[in-house]
Design a protein around this ligand. Structure first.
Ligand code: NAP
Ligand code: MG
Length: 399
């Protein structure tokens, strides 16, 4: 059998711990036997990030800008304990944060739906993709405790000395205040990433804020989305037969719960933080969530939503058997290969991505699964297998 050819390399970002172990096994068993894989490899494993003073992370993001598609393994975001464990020179920043800053991207998360893992919300038939605006608002706020009677005001000073003031509250006694911001540029990037991604999936886009209460702040989000839709995307949406739908956040929540799924829900930063965990949990398992970072100019970085599964890695190091779910990491590979195939006009590569996903789902629906899904699945004939055995079962079906 001749292998499927590629024309442009994928940017491959290796990672840490259990997901690094699975990364190699996935390539060896599910990809290399079928695809003449071309990648530009970046080792984002913590030891190599430390050796390169984290330059490798920036280089991998720049390569993604150049080639357009990346696939990333989960990586450790160092904390004080990791600095000691890995004898790090510095507490390096979150690689995902660094990559997101270089690409100016928006993260889209979607669950993988399989028979036997039933969503808590019984009407959901198709995945709901959540898009979170990952800049500003309460995450970059300034807040103060007001220690007794005081007048609190907003003050804006322009470079020409002009000022604007507005009363926040005339405190009769102690309390709290907060100032937060967002920028037109960041909101516009978010809007373009959402409209572009909806077009690439051919799914409706929903967007929700609280503009009836926040008449300037949230209203600005609504206006920027509406303007960009009218001027840049309306015709393409109509041609693709999809819709842009704006509604209030509380109305959106009610509609989402009554929906069948199958759309993209764009949320402001805080709403997205809360709603993505709600949607993920209601669909079943963190290990079944995919994640893709999309830049406003259409660059894609695919990964699993979960971390490096540290507890399983330590078991693995002790030589104990593990049953770690590799599905979201496999779907990161299939997502990246499919996008590469679409961009380069390689129908065979696109078809391979479809087959890899189908074989993975068929394995689970045949009752063969890792421990996390075994606990959740309602299939009568289910069987728990080890990390590598699960990949071999997929490989058999794929071949
Ligand atoms: P985690 O790696 O997602 O794991 C948390 C727990 O969830 C695991 O202990 C496991 O539960 C379960 N789990 C997650 N993924 C699983 C899978 N594929 N198969 C089976 N079970 C799975 O999160 P964490 O322990 O908070 O973080 C570990 C490291 O990952 C940290 O260093 C963190 O910085 C990093 N992280 C990276 C990313 C990223 O690169 N995108 C995201 C999040 C966290 P049981 O132990 O009960 O089996
Ligand atoms: Mg959160």
């Amino acid at each position: 059998m001749s292998k499927i050819q590629m024309t442009t390399p994928l940017v491959e970002m290796d990672g840490d711990e259990m997901t690094r172990i699975l990364w190699k096994e996935i390539k060896d068993r599910l990809i290399l036997p079928f695809v003449d894989l071309k990648t530009e490899y970046y080792d984002l494993g913590l030891p190599h990030r430390d050796e390169t003073d984290d330059r490798v992370t920036v280089e991998s993001a720049e390569a993604t800008k150049k080639y357009g598609v990346a696939v990333k393994c989960a990586t450790i975001t160092p904390n004080a304990q990791r600095v000691e464990e890995y004898h790090l020179k510095e507490m390096w920043k979150s690689p995902n944060g660094t990559i997101r800053a270089v690409l100016d991207g928006t993260v889209f998360r979607a669950p993988i739906v399989v028979k036997g893992i039933t969503p808590t919300v019984s009407t959901w038939e198709q995945p709901i993709t959540l898009a979170r605006h990952a800049y500003g608002d309460v995450y970059k706020n300034s807040e103060l405790y007001v220690d007794g009677a005081a007048k609190a005001e907003l003050l804006v000073t322009y470079p020409d000395g002009r000022t604007e003031r507005k009363l926040i509250h005339d405190f009769k006694d102690s309390g709290v205040i907060m100032g937060m911001h967002n920028t037109d540029a960041s909101i516009a990037s978010f809007a373009r990433a959402c409209f572009g991604y909806a077009l690439s999936l051919k799914q409706d886009l929903w967007f929700s804020t609280k503009d009836t209460i926040s008449k300037t702040y949230d209203h600005r989000f609504k206006d920027i989305f509406a303007e960009i839709y009218e001027n840049e995307f309306k015709e393409q949406f109509e041609a693709a037969g999809i819709e842009y739908f704006y509604t209030l956040i509380d109305d959106a929540v009610a509609r989402v719960v009554r929906s069948k799924g199958g759309f993209i829900w764009a949320c402001k930063n805080y709403d997205g933080d809360v709603m993505s965990d709600m949607v993920a949990t209601a669909f079943g398992s963190l290990a079944m969530m995919t994640s893709v970072l999309v830049s406003p100019d259409g660059k894609y970085e695919y990964e699993a939503a979960h971390g490096t599964v540290t507890r399983h890695y330590y078991k693995h190091l002790k030589g104990e058997p593990t049953s770690t779910n590799s599905v979201a990491t496999i779907f990161a590979w299939s997502g990246a290969l499919r996008k590469r195939g679409e961009l380069d006009g390689l129908a065979e590569l696109v078809a391979f991505a479809d087959k890899l996903e189908a074989a993975t789902i068929a394995t689970i629906e045949d009752g063969v699964m890792t421990g996390d899904l075994y606990l959740l699945s309602t299939l009568p004939n289910k069987r728990k297998v080890g990390s590598v055995e699960f990949l071999d079962e997929i490989a058999t079906r794929l071949a």
